[in-house]
Design a protein around this ligand. Structure first.
Ligand SMILES: NC(=O)c1ccc[n+]([C@@H]2O[C@H](COP(=O)([O-])OP(=O)(O)OC[C@H]3O[C@@H](n4cnc5c(N)ncnc54)[C@H](O)[C@@H]3O)[C@@H](O)[C@H]2O)c1
Length: 442
């Protein structure tokens, strides 16, 4: 079934993806180097962009009988991989070939084939404060008289990059910062800007980058569970500068599977009494998350998914007494090859118990890199389509999706996928797909 979309914007009003798209990544560690090396490998025809919806996905248009399923990248005007230029910041020096070797995600053979390209990119010095990421000690850090001064220096970096590229997107692929709750300084743009001048402790480095990007009218993605842009002040700035925002925390391994399984239990009215999730992980992200304050940020992000999908208040008999535990253990021998175990205690007819075990031997950054690519391309599209503020249609990619304050976030992966594709249809003036399908049986 397809229905006309309300308030469909005119596809012709979306500005074309002409010229170079500059991607600036804050944090050039495992995820970032896997993204950049991957994009270059795809450009050179060495590998395929597996896991990327923008590169491999199709979209159905019209009725099932019409057989119209173009590639998404042929349907919406996205930037081409050949037009992407990368830059970024990190607290460590050295070029991206060295950073990719340290990350130990991609094999030597692949890295050698794109070595000159990776060697040509070096991170710019970072705005960093160890108070917010306890386990890291930076070597290339900006200094300034206050947080505002640091943010202005980041703006200058962005302004330089603007001279070399036609459009830009900034994404946080940096470490997970300590847990912060919103305070008065986060409520309005004026309070936030004053807070930067007063070095307010509620303002983390990630927020300086976000402020700098949005002030320059550039869309911002938050790939970590940090508060960053999930505050009214950033929403205000995003709307004021017509620079869309989205976050938080890329949904890659365990939580992606959780957001597939939990909706299945709920759809069949099966109860859940417990869900125990644990991980072993040995990369730098794992080391940072070994600090209890950074782990708390990640834990909050990982815990929300079940609460919102299962709705225990609506179904107290099924989900009212669920025990949900999430653990992350830093275990160096595994490097980036995370292992995530889930033990799920469910119950069925008359309350009879059953168990499901999931053992996901995943590769963290291999799952994350295509997500970052999709987000960057979609956020650039959103900007050209005149969208601003929170981009809830990109919830598909996040563990803890941002949404309007009066809403609850949508976590179900398939609802998120439908929402994303319907948004693309809506942007292009196509009928939305509801899956009703009565017209086939008239
Ligand atoms: N890999 C995944 O599957 C996945 C999934 C969801 C979220 N994430 C999040 O993505 C982020 C990146 O993960 P990763 O595996 O690449 O970690 P990583 O440790 O390899 O890379 C993070 C980089 O950020 C840098 N950094 C920290 N603070 C910075 C600052 N203020 N300015 C500039 N650089 C800074 C660090 O030096 C490091 O090089 C983490 O927050 C992680 O939790 C990763």
């Amino acid at each position: 079934m397809s229905t006309p979309g309300a308030a469909t914007p005119d596809a012709a009003s979306i500005k074309p993806a002409k010229g170079k798209l500059g991607i600036m990544t804050v944090g050039m560690g495992a995820v970032c180097t896997t993204l950049i090396a991957g994009v270059e490998a795809v450009r050179k025809g060495i590998a395929k962009p597996i896991g990327s919806l923008t590169q491999m996905g199709t979209i159905r248009l019209g009725k099932r009988t019409e057989g119209k399923t173009p590639l998404i990248r042929d349907f919406v005007p996205l930037a081409k991989l050949d037009d992407i230029v990368f830059a970024g910041w990190d607290i460590f020096g050295g070029n991206l070939y060295d950073a990719a070797k340290t990350a130990e995600v991609l094999d030597k053979e692949t890295l050698e084939k794109i070595r000159p390209y990776l060697e040509s990119i070096e991170p710019m010095p970072a705005a960093f404060d160890q108070h917010y990421v306890k386990r890291l000690t930076g070597t290339r850090i900006k200094s300034g008289k206050n947080k505002r001064d640091l943010a202005e220096q980041l703006r200058k970096d962005i302004q330089e990059f603007k001279k070399k590229t036609d459009r830009q997107v900034v994404t946080w692929t940096g470490s997970t910062e300590i847990f912060l709750s919103p305070t008065a300084v986060h409520q309005t743009l004026a309070a936030f800007e004053k807070g930067m001048e007063n070095d307010d402790p509620g303002i983390a480095p990630s927020q300086l980058y976000a402020w700098a990007a949005l002030t320059e009218g550039i869309p911002f993605i938050n790939g970590a569970p940090n508060l960053t842009v999930d505050i009214p002040a950033m929403n205000e700035l995003s709307r004021k500068m017509n620079a869309p925002i989205c976050g938080r925390d890329f949904k890659t391994g365990q939580t992606m599977i959780k957001s597939v399984l939990a909706p299945a239990f709920k759809a069949r009215m099966l109860g859940v009494s417990g869900w125990f999730s644990t991980n072993i992980l040995g990369n730098r992200d794992g080391e940072v998350l070994d600090d209890p304050e950074s782990f708390k940020t990640k834990e909050e992000s990982k815990l929300g998914v079940l609460e919102y999908i299962l709705q225990p208040k609506l179904y107290p008999d099924l989900y009212g007494k669920i025990h949900h535990k999430v653990r992350i253990n830093y275990y160096p021998p595994r490097g980036d090859n995370k292992e995530g175990w889930d033990n799920i205690d469910i119950f069925g007819w008359l309350g009879y118990p059953m168990q499901i075990k999931v053992d996901f031997l995943c590769r963290d950054s291999i799952l994350a890199a295509p997500i970052v690519l999709d987000l960057v391309l979609f956020l650039d599209l959103a900007k050209r389509a005149g969208m601003r503020g929170i981009q809830e249609w990109l919830s598909f990619y996040f563990k803890s999706p941002m949404c309007a304050p009066e809403l609850y976030p949508e976590h179900d992966l398939f609802i998120q996928a439908m929402k994303l594709k319907n948004t693309l249809r809506w942007m292009m003036g196509e009928d939305l797909i509801t899956h009703l399908g009565q017209e086939y049986y008239d």
